[in-house]
Write a protein that binds this ligand. Structure first.
Ligand code: SAH
Length: 250
């Protein structure tokens, strides 16, 4: 899978992809990330990539010609999806990450300043993607987020695919709490059940903690997920125990 990122600040990507799981995947050739300097696709001699907005308003807008030229040069196939990072876009989440990981190439365009000329949005891109309801100074941090989260779904990138599947959201619940050595850190103890060696008990404890955390932190996820009878029972127990401490999710 290949990510092509179009930016006016290629240096911003520095070593952000060179460590950890993504760094290893790049070394092994499981993924490729190409950073393209938009300025190289500028058609005028001053290498201008932005200009003032028509109609008059503060700030600058990225010009359409270099972006169209960049996409044309980079795209392997007509069907390669092209995404503009934008606060106005579709909200990026795990299911979109999983879907994008099916592509062989995706192109990510990082906006800057007041954004990009509307003709890019109307006539060039497949869709706009937002990483959340806030405004960044540019699309580059969003491109890093997307490349990272999508890479995890590319086969082989995360050692065990089960660990991707077990993660928060994928099973519709938040992940259970994790502990490592030491067993007792300044009086803060690791729950006893984790030393029991009883895998069924540990599994039940983890399931219960996942449901509990989800109910506390992201109750709307429980509404979206069809809980099986056993999970419903666990949730009822948790709610009964914590009654008075927290309002029940409606
Ligand atoms: N004037 C625009 C915001 C421009 S911010 C508006 O109000 O919609 C400059 C650039 O940062 C955008 O073009 C986009 O590429 C990027 N950006 C800002 N916030 C973002 C977000 N939440 N998700 C993805 N990209 C974002």
């Amino acid at each position: 899978m290949r990510f092509d990122i179009i930016t006016i600040f290629p240096d911003m990507f520095g070593s952000v992809f060179s460590s950890g799981v993504v760094g290893k995947a790049l070394k092994e050739g499981l993924i490729k990330i190409h950073i393209h300097d938009l300025r190289k696709f500028s058609l005028d001699k001053h290498k201008q990539i932005d200009d003032r907005p028509y109609g008059g308003s503060p700030g600058m807008v990225l010009k359409p010609e270099p972006i169209f030229a960049a996409v044309e040069a980079i795209r392997d196939e007509d069907k390669t999806p092209v995404y503009l990072l934008s606060p106005q876009g579709k909200r990026f989440d795990f299911s979109l990450a999983e879907k994008l990981a099916q592509c062989t190439q995706i192109i990510l365009i990082c906006g800057r300043y007041e954004g990009v000329d509307e003709r890019v949005i109307q006539h060039l891109i497949t869709d706009e993607i937002s990483i959340g309801d806030y405004v960044l100074t540019g699309g580059e941090p969003a491109a890093v987020v997307i490349a990272d989260a999508v890479s995890r779904f590319v086969p082989g990138v995360v050692g065990k695919i089960e660990s991707v599947r077990q993660e928060s959201f994928l099973k519709g619940l938040l992940d259970f709490p994790q502990y490592t050595r030491p067993r007792d850190f300044k009086g803060m103890k690791v729950p006893e059940v984790l030393f029991s060696g009883d895998h069924k008990r540990i599994e039940r404890w983890r399931k219960r903690k996942s449901i509990e955390k989800t109910w506390f932190l992201r109750p709307e996820l429980l509404k979206e997920r069809k809980l099986i009878a056993e999970d419903k029972k666990i949730l009822k127990e948790i709610q009964a125990e914590k009654k008075g401490k927290k309002d029940e999710p409606d």
